[in-house]
Ligand binder design. Structure first.
Ligand code: SAM
Length: 413
Protein backbone atom coordinates (compact mmCIF):
# COMPACT_ATOMS: atom_id res chain seq x y z
CA UNK A 1 0.00 0.00 0.00
CA UNK A 2 1.31 3.45 -0.92
CA UNK A 3 2.54 5.56 2.01
CA UNK A 4 0.27 8.61 2.29
CA UNK A 5 1.88 11.85 1.23
CA UNK A 6 2.08 14.74 3.67
CA UNK A 7 -0.66 16.65 1.84
CA UNK A 8 -3.01 13.65 2.04
CA UNK A 9 -2.15 13.21 5.72
CA UNK A 10 -2.87 16.91 6.38
CA UNK A 11 -6.19 16.71 4.53
CA UNK A 12 -7.21 13.76 6.75
CA UNK A 13 -6.26 15.55 9.97
CA UNK A 14 -8.09 18.66 8.85
CA UNK A 15 -11.24 16.65 8.07
CA UNK A 16 -11.17 14.78 11.40
CA UNK A 17 -10.43 17.80 13.58
CA UNK A 18 -12.86 20.08 11.75
CA UNK A 19 -15.57 17.52 12.49
CA UNK A 20 -14.80 17.76 16.24
CA UNK A 21 -15.25 21.55 16.14
CA UNK A 22 -18.33 21.35 13.93
CA UNK A 23 -19.99 18.64 16.07
CA UNK A 24 -19.44 20.74 19.19
CA UNK A 25 -20.92 23.84 17.57
CA UNK A 26 -23.96 21.93 16.27
CA UNK A 27 -24.59 19.95 19.45
CA UNK A 28 -24.45 23.10 21.58
CA UNK A 29 -26.68 25.06 19.20
CA UNK A 30 -23.96 27.65 18.70
CA UNK A 31 -23.87 29.94 15.66
CA UNK A 32 -22.07 28.29 12.75
CA UNK A 33 -18.86 29.90 11.52
CA UNK A 34 -19.51 32.26 8.63
CA UNK A 35 -18.27 35.42 6.96
CA UNK A 36 -21.82 36.70 6.54
CA UNK A 37 -22.34 40.03 8.32
CA UNK A 38 -24.48 38.39 10.98
CA UNK A 39 -21.89 35.63 11.60
CA UNK A 40 -20.32 35.09 15.00
CA UNK A 41 -17.44 37.54 15.65
CA UNK A 42 -15.37 34.88 17.40
CA UNK A 43 -15.25 31.09 17.40
CA UNK A 44 -17.96 30.36 19.98
CA UNK A 45 -16.13 27.50 21.74
CA UNK A 46 -15.18 28.17 25.39
CA UNK A 47 -11.58 27.60 26.55
CA UNK A 48 -12.93 25.00 28.98
CA UNK A 49 -13.80 22.69 26.04
CA UNK A 50 -10.14 21.73 25.81
CA UNK A 51 -10.44 18.87 23.31
CA UNK A 52 -12.36 21.10 20.89
CA UNK A 53 -9.92 23.98 21.34
CA UNK A 54 -7.02 21.59 20.64
CA UNK A 55 -8.79 20.42 17.48
CA UNK A 56 -9.33 24.07 16.44
CA UNK A 57 -5.61 24.80 16.92
CA UNK A 58 -4.66 21.74 14.91
CA UNK A 59 -6.91 22.79 12.02
CA UNK A 60 -5.31 26.26 12.06
CA UNK A 61 -1.79 24.76 11.96
CA UNK A 62 -2.55 22.08 9.38
CA UNK A 63 -4.50 24.36 7.03
CA UNK A 64 -1.57 26.78 7.02
CA UNK A 65 0.86 23.97 6.26
CA UNK A 66 -1.37 22.56 3.52
CA UNK A 67 -1.97 26.01 2.09
CA UNK A 68 1.77 26.67 1.85
CA UNK A 69 2.56 23.24 0.43
CA UNK A 70 -0.08 23.83 -2.20
CA UNK A 71 1.49 27.16 -3.13
CA UNK A 72 5.06 25.90 -3.05
CA UNK A 73 7.94 27.69 -1.30
CA UNK A 74 8.77 30.12 -4.10
CA UNK A 75 5.20 31.40 -4.30
CA UNK A 76 4.98 31.49 -0.49
CA UNK A 77 7.95 33.82 -0.26
CA UNK A 78 6.74 35.96 -3.13
CA UNK A 79 3.29 36.38 -1.61
CA UNK A 80 3.71 37.32 2.05
CA UNK A 81 1.57 40.35 1.37
CA UNK A 82 2.17 43.60 3.23
CA UNK A 83 -0.88 44.85 1.35
CA UNK A 84 -3.01 42.94 3.89
CA UNK A 85 -1.89 45.48 6.49
CA UNK A 86 -2.45 48.41 4.16
CA UNK A 87 -6.10 47.32 3.86
CA UNK A 88 -6.59 47.37 7.63
CA UNK A 89 -4.89 50.77 7.93
CA UNK A 90 -7.05 52.19 5.15
CA UNK A 91 -10.29 50.93 6.69
CA UNK A 92 -9.25 52.07 10.17
CA UNK A 93 -7.91 55.51 9.21
CA UNK A 94 -10.91 56.48 7.06
CA UNK A 95 -13.49 54.86 9.34
CA UNK A 96 -14.89 52.87 6.38
CA UNK A 97 -16.45 50.12 8.53
CA UNK A 98 -18.39 52.64 10.57
CA UNK A 99 -19.78 54.37 7.46
CA UNK A 100 -21.40 51.26 6.03
CA UNK A 101 -24.71 50.24 7.64
CA UNK A 102 -24.88 46.71 8.99
CA UNK A 103 -28.11 45.89 7.25
CA UNK A 104 -27.38 47.74 4.04
CA UNK A 105 -24.62 48.67 1.62
CA UNK A 106 -22.91 51.74 0.20
CA UNK A 107 -21.85 52.43 -3.34
CA UNK A 108 -18.23 53.29 -4.11
CA UNK A 109 -19.44 56.77 -5.11
CA UNK A 110 -21.09 57.27 -1.71
CA UNK A 111 -17.93 56.11 0.06
CA UNK A 112 -15.84 58.53 -2.01
CA UNK A 113 -18.16 61.39 -1.12
CA UNK A 114 -18.15 60.49 2.59
CA UNK A 115 -14.37 60.17 2.87
CA UNK A 116 -13.18 62.70 0.30
CA UNK A 117 -11.06 59.95 -1.29
CA UNK A 118 -10.74 59.13 -4.96
CA UNK A 119 -13.27 56.44 -5.90
CA UNK A 120 -10.61 54.52 -7.84
CA UNK A 121 -8.51 54.25 -4.67
CA UNK A 122 -11.47 53.14 -2.57
CA UNK A 123 -12.29 50.48 -5.14
CA UNK A 124 -8.75 49.16 -5.51
CA UNK A 125 -8.23 48.75 -1.75
CA UNK A 126 -11.67 47.38 -0.92
CA UNK A 127 -11.79 44.97 -3.85
CA UNK A 128 -8.56 43.42 -2.63
CA UNK A 129 -9.78 43.46 0.99
CA UNK A 130 -12.83 41.50 -0.14
CA UNK A 131 -10.50 38.66 -1.14
CA UNK A 132 -9.63 38.51 2.58
CA UNK A 133 -13.34 38.34 3.50
CA UNK A 134 -13.02 41.93 4.67
CA UNK A 135 -16.26 43.44 3.24
CA UNK A 136 -18.15 41.94 0.32
CA UNK A 137 -19.77 43.26 -2.82
CA UNK A 138 -23.55 43.04 -3.08
CA UNK A 139 -25.28 44.49 -6.16
CA UNK A 140 -22.13 46.46 -6.99
CA UNK A 141 -22.17 48.05 -3.51
CA UNK A 142 -19.96 47.48 -0.48
CA UNK A 143 -21.54 45.49 2.36
CA UNK A 144 -20.20 44.05 5.59
CA UNK A 145 -18.85 40.60 6.32
CA UNK A 146 -18.37 39.37 9.88
CA UNK A 147 -14.70 40.45 9.68
CA UNK A 148 -15.47 44.03 8.65
CA UNK A 149 -18.29 44.11 11.22
CA UNK A 150 -15.66 43.67 13.97
CA UNK A 151 -14.18 47.00 12.86
CA UNK A 152 -17.61 48.57 13.12
CA UNK A 153 -18.71 47.18 16.45
CA UNK A 154 -15.63 46.42 18.47
CA UNK A 155 -13.92 49.63 19.59
CA UNK A 156 -11.19 47.63 21.36
CA UNK A 157 -10.15 45.85 18.16
CA UNK A 158 -10.31 49.12 16.19
CA UNK A 159 -7.97 50.72 18.73
CA UNK A 160 -5.56 47.76 18.49
CA UNK A 161 -5.71 47.95 14.67
CA UNK A 162 -4.82 51.64 14.88
CA UNK A 163 -1.71 50.97 17.00
CA UNK A 164 -0.79 48.03 14.81
CA UNK A 165 -0.96 49.92 11.52
CA UNK A 166 0.11 53.44 12.58
CA UNK A 167 2.89 52.63 15.08
CA UNK A 168 3.98 49.00 14.90
CA UNK A 169 3.96 48.60 11.13
CA UNK A 170 6.33 51.56 10.43
CA UNK A 171 8.56 50.39 13.30
CA UNK A 172 8.74 46.86 11.89
CA UNK A 173 9.81 48.32 8.54
CA UNK A 174 12.90 49.83 10.24
CA UNK A 175 13.73 47.06 12.73
CA UNK A 176 16.22 45.16 10.60
CA UNK A 177 17.87 48.50 9.80
CA UNK A 178 18.14 49.13 13.57
CA UNK A 179 19.68 45.69 14.13
CA UNK A 180 22.20 46.43 11.40
CA UNK A 181 22.96 50.02 12.40
CA UNK A 182 23.38 49.26 16.13
CA UNK A 183 24.81 45.76 15.95
CA UNK A 184 27.23 44.71 18.66
CA UNK A 185 25.54 46.97 21.24
CA UNK A 186 23.00 45.93 23.88
CA UNK A 187 19.44 46.84 22.88
CA UNK A 188 18.13 50.12 24.28
CA UNK A 189 14.80 51.87 23.60
CA UNK A 190 16.60 54.75 21.88
CA UNK A 191 18.04 52.49 19.14
CA UNK A 192 15.04 50.67 17.71
CA UNK A 193 12.90 50.38 14.62
CA UNK A 194 10.55 52.83 16.35
CA UNK A 195 13.25 55.45 16.89
CA UNK A 196 14.47 55.21 13.29
CA UNK A 197 10.91 55.27 11.89
CA UNK A 198 10.18 58.40 13.94
CA UNK A 199 13.56 59.98 13.32
CA UNK A 200 14.07 60.48 17.06
CA UNK A 201 16.92 59.73 19.48
CA UNK A 202 14.27 58.92 22.11
CA UNK A 203 12.60 55.69 23.18
CA UNK A 204 8.90 55.23 22.54
CA UNK A 205 7.59 56.21 25.98
CA UNK A 206 9.88 59.29 26.21
CA UNK A 207 8.82 60.29 22.68
CA UNK A 208 5.11 59.82 23.46
CA UNK A 209 5.38 61.82 26.68
CA UNK A 210 5.92 64.86 24.45
CA UNK A 211 3.13 63.92 22.07
CA UNK A 212 -0.20 63.67 23.88
CA UNK A 213 -2.03 62.58 20.72
CA UNK A 214 0.29 59.61 20.19
CA UNK A 215 0.28 58.76 23.90
CA UNK A 216 -3.50 58.80 23.88
CA UNK A 217 -3.56 56.50 20.87
CA UNK A 218 -1.22 54.09 22.65
CA UNK A 219 -3.34 54.21 25.83
CA UNK A 220 -6.47 53.50 23.75
CA UNK A 221 -4.83 50.43 22.24
CA UNK A 222 -3.70 49.21 25.68
CA UNK A 223 -7.32 49.57 26.75
CA UNK A 224 -8.20 47.49 23.68
CA UNK A 225 -5.82 44.71 24.73
CA UNK A 226 -7.13 44.85 28.30
CA UNK A 227 -10.70 44.54 26.99
CA UNK A 228 -10.02 41.64 24.63
CA UNK A 229 -7.65 39.59 26.75
CA UNK A 230 -8.91 37.18 29.34
CA UNK A 231 -8.10 38.88 32.64
CA UNK A 232 -9.57 35.96 34.61
CA UNK A 233 -6.20 34.18 34.31
CA UNK A 234 -4.58 36.96 36.35
CA UNK A 235 -7.38 36.63 38.88
CA UNK A 236 -6.81 32.90 39.33
CA UNK A 237 -3.00 32.77 39.03
CA UNK A 238 -2.45 34.47 42.41
CA UNK A 239 -4.36 34.27 45.69
CA UNK A 240 -5.72 37.83 45.88
CA UNK A 241 -7.88 36.98 48.92
CA UNK A 242 -4.87 37.01 51.23
CA UNK A 243 -3.82 40.60 50.40
CA UNK A 244 -5.49 43.98 50.81
CA UNK A 245 -3.39 46.71 49.13
CA UNK A 246 -2.22 46.53 45.53
CA UNK A 247 -0.09 49.05 43.65
CA UNK A 248 -0.84 48.64 39.94
CA UNK A 249 2.47 49.90 38.52
CA UNK A 250 2.16 51.18 34.93
CA UNK A 251 -1.55 50.50 35.36
CA UNK A 252 -2.62 53.06 32.71
CA UNK A 253 -6.17 54.36 33.40
CA UNK A 254 -6.88 51.38 35.62
CA UNK A 255 -8.44 48.56 33.54
CA UNK A 256 -6.71 45.83 35.59
CA UNK A 257 -7.41 47.47 38.95
CA UNK A 258 -11.07 47.78 37.98
CA UNK A 259 -11.20 44.01 37.33
CA UNK A 260 -9.32 43.23 40.54
CA UNK A 261 -11.47 45.51 42.70
CA UNK A 262 -14.62 44.08 41.12
CA UNK A 263 -13.56 40.50 41.83
CA UNK A 264 -12.19 41.07 45.36
CA UNK A 265 -14.35 43.41 47.47
CA UNK A 266 -11.67 43.87 50.17
CA UNK A 267 -8.95 44.99 47.78
CA UNK A 268 -7.70 48.58 47.57
CA UNK A 269 -5.76 49.53 44.42
CA UNK A 270 -3.44 52.44 43.72
CA UNK A 271 -2.81 52.88 40.00
CA UNK A 272 0.47 54.51 38.99
CA UNK A 273 1.43 55.73 35.52
CA UNK A 274 2.46 58.92 33.72
CA UNK A 275 0.54 62.05 34.73
CA UNK A 276 -1.35 62.36 31.42
CA UNK A 277 -2.33 58.70 31.53
CA UNK A 278 -3.63 58.54 35.12
CA UNK A 279 -5.53 61.78 34.55
CA UNK A 280 -7.98 59.70 32.46
CA UNK A 281 -8.48 57.20 35.27
CA UNK A 282 -11.03 58.58 37.77
CA UNK A 283 -13.70 59.17 35.12
CA UNK A 284 -13.41 55.56 33.94
CA UNK A 285 -13.80 53.87 37.31
CA UNK A 286 -17.40 52.75 38.02
CA UNK A 287 -18.94 54.72 40.89
CA UNK A 288 -19.23 51.69 43.18
CA UNK A 289 -15.43 51.09 43.00
CA UNK A 290 -14.25 54.69 43.37
CA UNK A 291 -13.58 54.46 47.10
CA UNK A 292 -11.15 51.56 46.48
CA UNK A 293 -9.23 52.72 43.39
CA UNK A 294 -6.99 55.77 43.46
CA UNK A 295 -4.53 57.18 40.93
CA UNK A 296 -1.07 58.62 41.25
CA UNK A 297 1.48 59.98 38.77
CA UNK A 298 4.69 58.04 39.32
CA UNK A 299 7.71 57.08 37.24
CA UNK A 300 8.43 53.39 37.87
CA UNK A 301 12.20 54.02 37.66
CA UNK A 302 12.02 56.39 40.65
CA UNK A 303 11.99 54.92 44.17
CA UNK A 304 8.52 53.51 44.86
CA UNK A 305 6.53 56.02 46.92
CA UNK A 306 3.86 53.65 48.25
CA UNK A 307 5.72 51.93 51.06
CA UNK A 308 4.57 48.67 52.66
CA UNK A 309 1.86 47.59 50.18
CA UNK A 310 1.05 43.87 50.04
CA UNK A 311 1.40 43.59 46.25
CA UNK A 312 3.12 45.57 43.49
CA UNK A 313 1.39 44.38 40.34
CA UNK A 314 3.02 44.66 36.91
CA UNK A 315 0.90 43.65 33.94
CA UNK A 316 2.44 43.89 30.47
CA UNK A 317 5.25 46.07 31.84
CA UNK A 318 8.50 44.13 31.96
CA UNK A 319 8.25 42.94 28.38
CA UNK A 320 8.55 46.63 27.38
CA UNK A 321 12.01 46.89 28.90
CA UNK A 322 15.44 45.36 28.33
CA UNK A 323 16.92 43.17 31.11
CA UNK A 324 19.03 46.03 32.47
CA UNK A 325 16.01 48.35 32.77
CA UNK A 326 13.87 45.57 34.32
CA UNK A 327 16.50 45.08 37.02
CA UNK A 328 16.36 48.87 37.63
CA UNK A 329 12.57 48.72 38.01
CA UNK A 330 12.78 45.85 40.52
CA UNK A 331 15.49 47.66 42.46
CA UNK A 332 13.51 50.92 42.53
CA UNK A 333 10.92 49.01 44.57
CA UNK A 334 13.22 47.35 47.08
CA UNK A 335 13.20 50.15 49.68
CA UNK A 336 9.39 50.11 49.74
CA UNK A 337 9.03 46.36 50.29
CA UNK A 338 8.09 44.86 53.64
CA UNK A 339 9.15 41.24 54.27
CA UNK A 340 6.64 38.94 52.57
CA UNK A 341 5.55 41.65 50.08
CA UNK A 342 4.77 40.34 46.60
CA UNK A 343 5.83 41.64 43.22
CA UNK A 344 3.32 40.00 40.90
CA UNK A 345 4.27 39.89 37.23
CA UNK A 346 1.57 39.19 34.68
CA UNK A 347 3.46 38.88 31.41
CA UNK A 348 3.99 36.24 28.78
CA UNK A 349 6.35 33.37 29.50
CA UNK A 350 7.69 32.00 26.24
CA UNK A 351 7.06 28.28 26.03
CA UNK A 352 9.69 25.85 24.88
CA UNK A 353 9.37 25.85 21.08
CA UNK A 354 6.87 23.31 19.73
CA UNK A 355 5.27 22.77 23.14
CA UNK A 356 2.42 25.21 22.61
CA UNK A 357 0.33 24.99 19.42
CA UNK A 358 2.07 26.74 16.49
CA UNK A 359 -0.65 29.39 16.28
CA UNK A 360 -0.28 30.33 19.98
CA UNK A 361 3.51 30.21 19.70
CA UNK A 362 3.38 32.43 16.61
CA UNK A 363 1.34 35.02 18.52
CA UNK A 364 3.87 35.03 21.41
CA UNK A 365 6.81 35.25 19.01
CA UNK A 366 5.12 38.06 17.09
CA UNK A 367 4.75 39.91 20.39
CA UNK A 368 8.46 39.26 21.02
CA UNK A 369 9.35 40.93 17.69
CA UNK A 370 6.93 43.77 18.43
CA UNK A 371 8.80 44.36 21.70
CA UNK A 372 12.07 44.41 19.75
CA UNK A 373 10.71 46.89 17.20
CA UNK A 374 9.11 49.31 19.68
CA UNK A 375 11.32 49.07 22.75
CA UNK A 376 14.43 46.95 22.08
CA UNK A 377 12.97 44.62 24.71
CA UNK A 378 11.75 41.02 24.61
CA UNK A 379 9.44 38.28 25.78
CA UNK A 380 11.15 35.86 28.16
CA UNK A 381 11.33 32.17 28.92
CA UNK A 382 10.91 31.09 32.55
CA UNK A 383 14.70 30.73 32.86
CA UNK A 384 15.19 34.29 31.53
CA UNK A 385 12.78 35.57 34.20
CA UNK A 386 14.58 33.76 37.00
CA UNK A 387 17.99 35.09 35.87
CA UNK A 388 16.68 38.64 35.70
CA UNK A 389 15.00 38.51 39.13
CA UNK A 390 18.06 36.92 40.78
CA UNK A 391 20.21 39.63 39.20
CA UNK A 392 18.04 42.29 40.90
CA UNK A 393 18.44 40.70 44.35
CA UNK A 394 18.99 37.29 45.94
CA UNK A 395 16.31 38.29 48.48
CA UNK A 396 13.63 37.72 45.85
CA UNK A 397 12.05 34.27 45.99
CA UNK A 398 10.39 33.27 42.72
CA UNK A 399 7.12 31.30 42.56
CA UNK A 400 5.75 30.48 39.13
CA UNK A 401 2.08 29.58 38.61
CA UNK A 402 2.81 27.98 35.21
CA UNK A 403 0.33 27.92 32.33
CA UNK A 404 -2.28 29.11 31.64
CA UNK A 405 -1.88 32.21 33.87
CA UNK A 406 1.94 32.32 33.79
CA UNK A 407 1.81 34.60 36.86
CA UNK A 408 5.24 35.11 38.43
CA UNK A 409 4.96 35.89 42.13
CA UNK A 410 8.17 37.28 43.62
CA UNK A 411 8.27 37.36 47.41
CA UNK A 412 10.62 39.70 49.29
CA UNK A 413 12.39 37.64 51.95
C1 SAM B 1 1.77 47.94 27.89
S1 SAM B 1 1.02 49.15 28.90
C2 SAM B 1 0.27 48.15 30.16
C3 SAM B 1 -0.85 48.86 30.86
C4 SAM B 1 -1.58 48.01 31.93
N1 SAM B 1 -0.68 47.50 32.93
C5 SAM B 1 -2.37 46.88 31.29
O1 SAM B 1 -2.01 45.71 31.43
O2 SAM B 1 -3.38 47.19 30.62
C6 SAM B 1 2.44 49.84 29.71
C7 SAM B 1 2.10 51.01 30.60
O3 SAM B 1 3.31 51.44 31.26
C8 SAM B 1 3.27 52.86 31.34
N2 SAM B 1 4.65 53.35 31.53
C9 SAM B 1 5.68 53.32 30.65
N3 SAM B 1 6.80 53.83 31.18
C10 SAM B 1 6.47 54.18 32.44
C11 SAM B 1 7.21 54.77 33.51
N4 SAM B 1 8.51 55.09 33.35
N5 SAM B 1 6.58 54.98 34.68
C12 SAM B 1 5.26 54.68 34.83
N6 SAM B 1 4.50 54.12 33.85
C13 SAM B 1 5.10 53.88 32.68
C14 SAM B 1 2.64 53.27 30.04
O4 SAM B 1 2.12 54.58 30.08
C15 SAM B 1 1.55 52.20 29.88
O5 SAM B 1 0.34 52.60 30.46
Amino acid sequence: MAIPTRIAELADIIATKTKIVDDYIRSHDLPSLSFEANGSLAVPVPESATEVIEAQHEVIACTQELNELMKGPTEVLKTRFVADILEIQFVQRFGIAKLIPLDGAMSYEELAAATGLDMIDIKRVLKRAMLNHFFQEKDCKVAHTSTSRVMQENEAVTNIAELFTEEIWPSFAKTVEALDRFKGRPHVPEETGFSIANNTPKGMYAFFSESPVRMERFARAMGGFAATEDFSLALTGFDWTKVSTVVDVGGAWGPCSIELARAFPDLKCIVQDFEDVVAEGPSKVPAELRSRISFEAHNMFDPQTVVGADVYFFRAIFHNWSDVRCVEILRSHMDALKPGAHIVINDKVLATPKVSPPWAEKKSRTMDLTMLALFGSRERTYEDWVDLIREASPRFQVNYAGPPSHIIDIVWQ
